[in-house]
Design a protein around this ligand. Structure first.
Ligand SMILES: Nc1ncnc2c1ncn2[C@@H]1O[C@H](COP(=O)(O)OP(=O)(O)OP(=O)(O)O)[C@@H](O)[C@H]1O
Ligand SMILES: [Mg+2]
Length: 510
């Protein structure tokens, strides 16, 4: 075979390989500028060119991205006004041409090809100044060179088109996701309206936060005084999360002694002791759903360490077990205690605190959002009115005023109990001040009882407890409910009360 044709053959092979490479390289989705730069460098290298340029245009034919090689300081706008480029833009046909001046520099022979997708022109690629290499090229481009550039340009056009379409789809996806999120939040707000009252700005902020965290898997700690609605918020988060069809498992960490709490949380393996049956723990029971660790501030230090390990390793080990069981739960927790102070005193582990507190929701006490009271009252009147079979229950303006003046140390639960109690007391469906059983001093109508008598807070608390106990005829559960404290607390307080007996008795009961 003559040397020249062998040379040609080698060159063709090289071009084919280059095309194959380009095709493969552009097959993946890449940013447009990356793509253009690679195209140009490949064309320059394969065609032995000394200069190269490439640019893409938007729908209005303005240059979007451009690259040049071997051309100094060519402003991109100038590319568009170069006569041969203009011509290719207009004709959309590849072109081989020799010019005496190109982009303000010396003359050159040029190959220019359009990048097209469908019937849109997406850009131009060009090379120029063939290097003198091998006898047959004589420093000029051949027809095959133009065909090669044309092929590269068509691959480039398709790749740009893909990238742009993908980008557009991506934008659409993002918009849809945003819309979806907004819709979910609106739904939550409407849904929460039926379950939960909270028009005050403070509660609106809480509801917004709930809507935002519900969707994620983040651990949330809910804080607030007793009776502010912590458990309610936990249920709301679960009910609006992707895990809503899974279980919601609540455990009150304050209600159980340490060993029991441990087996409740993590479960027991069979054969731990004779007669002990295997039992799943709450973590297992909550699989695919949410676990709500209520009163987390009351969990003993040794258990805190174990809980931390579970949260870190996402695995549990049952009591007396060897097996490690993977945990698939979202963790919500709540406390009314000051964890920061507990950490200072060494009563709560800081590392556990940070694990639980990825997001923190703080529920404001009712006295800081009194504007919610009328709607809450309405909400509970409807709820308990229905239960008592009462129709059109109302509250008088005076009774509402009395509630507005009261500081509600027991927060929403106390208000709920007051309304419930009033509905039980009233003989007609109208609640008036007399139906509301609350410490009169605090409600502002008890001046009479307080004048000439300035009891201490403890004294006053004692009197009130005595009064509620009288109302419930000594029923501790009912009294605890009205007072918004748990029974354990009430027993303790009653015992303290016996020391205050004289003043407690002086509280007259209507
Ligand atoms: N914003 C609200 N709208 C309607 N009901 C509410 C609201 N907040 C609380 N409640 C009601 O008040 C009661 C107490 O709420 P919840 O049990 O969630 O409080 P908590 O903060 O967990 O109290 P504790 O600290 O004593 O456990 C529940 O019956 C709940 O339904
Ligand atoms: Mg609670």
């Amino acid at each position: 075979m003559p040397a020249a044709s062998q040379f040609e053959l080698r060159r063709k092979l090289l071009q084919l390989e280059a095309l194959y490479d380009v095709g493969r390289a552009l097959n993946t989705l890449r940013p447009e500028d990356d793509l253009l730069e690679e195209l140009m460098h490949r064309a320059v290298a394969v065609l032995d060119a000394t200069l190269g340029f490439v640019f893409s245009v938007d729908e209005k034919l303005n240059i979007q991205t451009h690259f040049t090689f071997g051309i100094d300081n060519a402003p991109p706008e100038q590319l568009l006004v170069e006569p041969p480029i203009k011509q290719v833009m207009a004709s959309r046909e590849p072109m081989m041409v020799s010019v005496s001046k190109f982009l303000g520099g010396a003359g050159s022979d040029l190959l220019i090809a359009p990048m097209i997708a469908g019937d849109a022109i997406l850009g131009i690629i060009g090379v120029g100044g063939k290097e003198v290499r091998g006898a047959s090229t004589k420093g000029a481009f051949a027809e095959e060179d133009l065909r090669f550039l044309e092929s590269i340009a068509s691959i480039g056009g398709a790749a740009i088109d893909n990238t742009r379409r993908f980008h557009k789809l991506d934008l659409v996806r993002e918009t849809l996701e945003d819309e979806n999120r907004a819709l979910k939040q609106r739904m939550l707000r409407e849904y929460s309206d039926r379950l939960m009252v909270g028009d005050s700005p403070k509660m609106q902020r809480v509801i917004d936060l709930v809507a935002r965290v519900a969707d994620s898997q983040a651990s949330v700690i809910i804080r607030g005084e007793s009776g502010t609605g912590k458990e309610m918020v936990a249920r709301l988060i679960h009910g609006n999360s992707p895990r809503k069809d899974g279980p919601f498992v609540a455990i009150n960490c304050a209600a159980l002694p340490e060993t029991l709490l441990e087996s409740e949380l993590f479960g027991i393996e069979r054969g731990v002791a004779t007669g002990v049956e295997a039992r799943p723990g709450k973590f297992e029971l909550a699989k695919g759903g949410t676990i709500f660790l209520d009163e987390i501030g009351d969990i003993p230090l040794t258990l805190q360490a174990k809980l931390l390990r579970v949260l870190q390793e996402r695995e549990i080990e049952k009591l007396g077990g060897r097996r490690r069981i993977p945990v698939d739960v979202r963790i919500l927790s709540a406390t009314h205690r000051n964890l920061e102070e507990m950490i200072e005193k060494g009563e709560f582990r800081q590392d556990l605190y940070y694990r639980l507190k990825v997001v923190e929701i703080v529920l404001p006490p009712l006295r800081e959002r009194k504007d919610d009271i009328p709607k809450l009252v309405r909400f509970f009147l409807d709820k308990y009115g229905k239960r008592e079979g009462l129709k059109d229950v109302r509250i008088t303006q005076e009774a509402l005023q009395k509630l507005m003046r009261y500081p509600f140390p027991g927060n929403v639960r106390e208000l709920e109990n007051l309304v419930e109690g009033a509905l039980a007391l009233t003989t007609d469906p109208v609640i008036d001040p007399g139906d509301l059983l609350m410490p009169e001093s605090a409600s502002g109508t008890g001046e009479r009882e307080l004048s000439g008598d300035l009891p201490t807070l403890a004294d006053l608390e004692g009197r009130y407890i005595a009064r509620v106990l009288a109302f419930t005829k000594g029923n501790m559960s009912k009294a605890a409910k009205i007072l918004g404290v748990d029974r354990k607390t009430l027993y303790r307080k009653r015992d303290d009360l016996s020391q205050l007996a004289p003043s407690a008795e002086s509280w007259d009961i209507h």
